[in-house]
Design a protein around this ligand. Structure first.
Ligand code: MN
Length: 219
């Protein structure tokens, strides 16, 4: 993925710091206040999801790569270098989860949701036929993903497409360019919606999805 997207300004240190404990990756701050997505996603959920889950993936990743060549790589480099390698699955899972969650926070915004505008609106009409058809496909992907995973709007072979991935799996390693994601792990919605994943997905589409982010990713 290119780095033109102003939302994702991960700049890995070029020179690893010469300390005994090399900490390459940091938990990026949420791009809004913890209560900014209420009433749709509670501050309590974001406390756990960002402050505990995302933070833990960052911490574990740093522990796993310490002292190895991977500790000198940017996050996307680690993801690509460890994808589909059984012996590196633990590193891939944590690195991809760090990336996926940062992408998730930007995929939502306060007072988001509803119909898109700009280039993404035109592309959705062209490639899905209508916004309604896109929304139907996205809801279906997000609700039928069995167990933990992610739903995505991506560019695949030059066209917009909806995909879902299991656990930490993500579009970059499939040659797809992600535009928007939704986390469908239970930790993302259980406190607010319990088992009702379809409700959470509908709320994401109606009130949270950040179409500005999708437009920025299209460039
Ligand atoms: Mn999550």
């Amino acid at each position: 993925m290119d780095h033109h997207n102003p939302y994702l300004t991960e700049t890995p240190p070029a020179e690893p710091r010469a300390t005994k404990s090399l900490v390459t990756h940091e938990l990026p701050p949420l791009p809004y206040a913890r209560d900014a997505l209420e009433p749709h996603i509670s501050a309590r959920t974001l406390d756990h999801h960002h402050g505990k889950h995302h933070a833990k993936y960052v911490q574990t990743l740093n522990e796993l790569i310490q002292g190895s060549n991977l500790s000198k790589m940017p996050l996307e480099g680690i993801i690509r270098a460890t994808a589909r390698k059984k012996a590196k699955a633990k590193i891939f899972n944590n690195a991809a989860q760090v990336w996926n969650h940062t992408f998730l926070w930007h995929s939502m915004k306060p007072h988001g949701g509803g119909r898109p505008s700009g280039a993404i609106a035109e592309r959705i009409d062209e490639d899905f036929g209508s916004f309604e058809k896109f929304a139907e496909e996205f809801k279906n992907a997000a609700t039928t993903q069995f167990g933990s995973g992610w739903a995505w709007l991506v560019i695949a072979d030059g066209k917009l497409a909806v995909t879902s991935t299991s656990n930490a799996d993500m579009p970059l390693v499939h040659g797809h360019k992600p535009l928007i994601t939704l986390d469908v792990w239970e930790h993302a919605y259980y406190l607010d919606y319990q088992h009702e994943r379809p409700k959470y997905v509908q709320v994401f589409l109606d009130h949270l999805v950040n179409w500005d982010f999708a437009n920025a990713n299209l460039v």
